[in-house]
Design a protein around this ligand. Sequence first.
Ligand code: ZN
Ligand code: ZN
Length: 413
Amino acid sequence: MKGILVIADGLGGRPTDMDGRTCLEAARTPHLDELTDRGAVGLVDPIGPGIRPGSDTAHLSLLGYNPHELYTGRGVFECLGIGLDVRPGDICFRANFATVEASKDGLRLVDRRAGRIESGQEELAATLGTMRLKTPGVEIQFRASTEHRGALLLRGKDLSPHVSETDPHEVGATMRTAGPTADGAAAKRTAAAVNELTRQSYELLKDLPLNRERAAAGKLPANILLVRGAADCPHIPSIPSIYGVRGAVIAGGALYRGVALACGLDSIDVPGATGGLDTDLRAKAEATLAALATYDLVFVHIKGTDNAAHDQNAAAKTAFIERIDAEFIAPLVERIDWKSTHLAFTGDHTTSIDYGDHTADPVPVLFVGPNVRRDDVTSFNEHTAARGGLLRFSGQVLPMLMSLANRCPKFGS
Ligand code: ZN
Ligand code: ZN
């Protein structure tokens, strides 16, 4: 028995999305409806009722973990997802290129995203790779990802995740100095390293030819690195060790790949999987079908739904849901061996069009496969899912899927 878990990020909606209907209600989804007819649906609170989920904590919870116990911060998952080798003791950060200008009060923030820099990130990363900290025994690794984003880790003895941010979060404000947010030498030492690398990044980047060219072209220079979300490496029991399965993740976004890697899944790279609205969903479907030949569990993350909702674009979210149905779900419906495969489809939270961010509303979830007890629901959306046989539950979608595939360990004797 094989399992496929598909999470469409920010899938859930509110009636304020489109004049009384959610985007999922408005979307035409004949293939999801067919699976719903054959399976069972319900509503899932990604973490718990009334808890507004982040994507990373929601994923941990849906994968069967308790994020209240395990979660240390987003930085670890960003570092893993971007391909850095994270070891116990490392302190991980989310990082981004930004624009600052010198003023009499210090460096003033001009743009937190360096004009959403679109090229040259490799050159900036290579320059940052030459950084050597004076803080003894602390080593830096940095990698750029998309646009202004990247991830950074500090490695060395006696480091701590308890440091404050340098990012003032407000345009026109001066850069902050990182400080320890816990007692002890480790937090002080880490704060010193963060301040040093921030200063050095400005010294190294400000006069780069790339930045002079950007300035000449009327673009904002990427002249400093902002780091935030300090996190140390959590101990997460691996999915293969819990269920005795070989598992893989297919995800365009580094964060989601990172969460899955932290849970012991292998990552499958799919050319054209961008983690955006332009992602190649047919390629992801083909990769899923191919992965089923070698893996017992395939986790597929699809990001575009959330992007459209953060942009408060109901038409784009609806159209993207229709693309998921036609380009990703349809080939699976047709080509999966349904006698030996279970599939779960859900979102990691609601992202409201009107609010433009994640909300705590529960999300529709669908299970289909030979061991699923069918219910009477025949279409897939928030409204119909509330009448489904799975009722309403919190997190735990992967353990439920593994149980249907007869892969769950027994609790007790
Ligand atoms: Zn999300
Ligand atoms: Zn989001």
